[in-house]
Design a protein around this ligand. Structure first.
Ligand code: URA
Length: 442
């Protein structure tokens, strides 16, 4: 077997065998296949696609390219969740304490933000002292202590995906559905969960720009789940506009505190409660209950304050600091640079997620390059969302930087420009978009 034959076979639209895929994965992992051949192969996959069997073989082989977390010591069904990414996506820090408050063990391995999408690890690291490097040997102790943990994806978990992802990023081969599906699922399988709930975001601020692609990605993820013995549910959610009212690390964590204190915006609540109830359905707590009942049970965890208490326990368990009122101590205080007001009466018809994400990144909240240092206090507050009525002179949005590391005026000007383009105001009423398009079960 040699790599040139594999490239030619894929280029000609033929399906690869399990052995051929294993040859590719081991050659990438031990670095015996040169980057130019890997890149060429990835481009062939982008154009020719993969069968469900090939995608499953690639996923399973990638998941075995490093360590597999063994969570069997932890009693109960371990359900993981993952989002395909978005702007203002603060679902995990809200959902984890809710699910954990039912006594369900939650081991959540998350990533950092790159480009315009935020990362959960960065958001938690905006809390003073919070440590996200938890090694698998500490999982059991952490779960026994507070019932959940939030860790970074270590480099020994699916290392083949790490290498491939870096190459995809610079060879224009990220938007291939089988490559995205196998990339995400290989890490989830290596993470050791028994079942997986995926938030498949769809819209300008997501990888999947339209519903058809989001459905196809979901179908492939569910199929990988079936072929690897891990049930997968996909929640298709909207990323046409950012989720909630805050974008940026500390700002989003402040919104998390608001939601857990019962002051959450409808859109965030809808996505959180849907995802949390789908996770519960895989466990003894929720297996016989319908979706509405489970959502109401999850909402009660917020209303009763139980989820807020669990949130505090998670922070303390990972070395983070709390104020006397139970809210986190943040590493900085967002500094208000400017607030922009509506220039006319009307209805918000666009609050484009991609433009808001890019603007937030320009303010310092995200990384342009992997090595960039994030400004935890930077970001944007959105006062109006699609469908909202607006009057001339009312607040539309505020731009923030951190107090310590303000970016230059040119970047603030560019961020302002993108935000002005993100918003459109129509003279006629506009419907607020749906938050959840569909829920697909195995
Ligand atoms: N997230 C991943 O981990 N991989 C992809 O390919 C896309 C999103």
């Amino acid at each position: 077997m040699n790599m040139l034959e594999l490239i030619e076979k894929k280029r000609d639209g033929k399906a690869l065998t399990k052995d051929e895929i294993e040859f590719f994965v081991s050659g990438v992992t031990d670095k015996t296949i040169p980057d130019y051949q890997i890149s060429s192969f990835l481009m062939a996959v982008l154009f020719q696609g993969m069968t469900d069997q090939e995608t499953a073989d690639l996923t399973i082989s990638m998941s075995r390219s490093g360590k597999i977390c063994d969570l069997s010591d932890i009693p109960g069904t371990k359900v993981d969740k993952h989002s395909t990414g978005g702007v203002g996506d603060k679902v995990t820090p809200i959902l984890l304490p809710i699910v954990s408050s039912f006594g369900i063990p939650c081991v959540k391995l998350s990533g950092r933000g790159l480009g315009f999408t935020g990362g959960t690890i960065d958001k938690f690291e905006s809390i003073e002292g919070f440590c996200t490097s938890v090694s698998p040997s500490e999982f059991k102790e952490k779960i026994e202590k507070c019932g959940m943990l939030l860790g970074g994806q270590t480099s020994d978990l699916a290392p083949c995906d790490k290498y491939l992802y870096a190459l995809r990023d610079v060879t224009g081969t990220v938007p291939s559905i089988p490559l995205i599906a196998s990339s995400i699922m290989s890490k989830k399988i290596a993470g050791g969960a028994d079942a997986i709930v995926l938030d498949i975001t769809c819209g300008s601020g997501a990888f999947m720009k339209d519903l058809d692609s989001a459905r196809e990605l979901s179908r492939q993820m569910i199929s990988i789940g079936k072929l690897s013995g891990k049930p997968v549910t996909c929640v298709l959610s909207s990323m046409q506009q950012p989720l909630g009212e805050m974008v940026g690390n500390i700002l989003e964590m402040q919104e998390v505190v608001n939601v857990l204190s019962g002051r959450g915006k409808e859109d965030v609540l809808k996505v959180v409660l849907t995802m949390a109830s789908e996770m519960l359905r895989f466990t003894d707590v929720g297996k016989d209950k319908d979706r509405e009942t489970l959502m109401a049970m999850c909402k009660e965890r917020i209303d009763s304050g139980k989820a807020f208490v669990k949130f505090g326990e998670l922070i303390l368990s990972q070395g983070g600091m709390l104020n006397s009122d139970g809210t986190p101590v943040f590493s900085d205080k967002p500094f208000e640079v400017m607030t922009v007001f509506a220039e006319k009466d009307g209805y918000v018809s666009s609050c484009d997620a991609l433009s808001v994400g890019e603007a937030s990144c320009l303010l310092g909240a995200g990384r342009m390059e992997k090595e960039d240092v994030i400004d935890m206090g930077a970001g944007i507050r959105l006062y109006k969302k699609i469908g909202d009525k607006v009057k001339r002179g009312e607040e539309l949005f505020t731009l923030y930087t951190g107090s310590k590391n303000p970016v230059g005026d040119d970047r603030i000007d560019e961020a302002l420009f993108r935000m002005q383009n993100a918003y459109e105001i129509s003279d006629t009423p506009v419907d607020a978009p749906e938050e959840i398009f569909d829920i697909l079960n195995p």
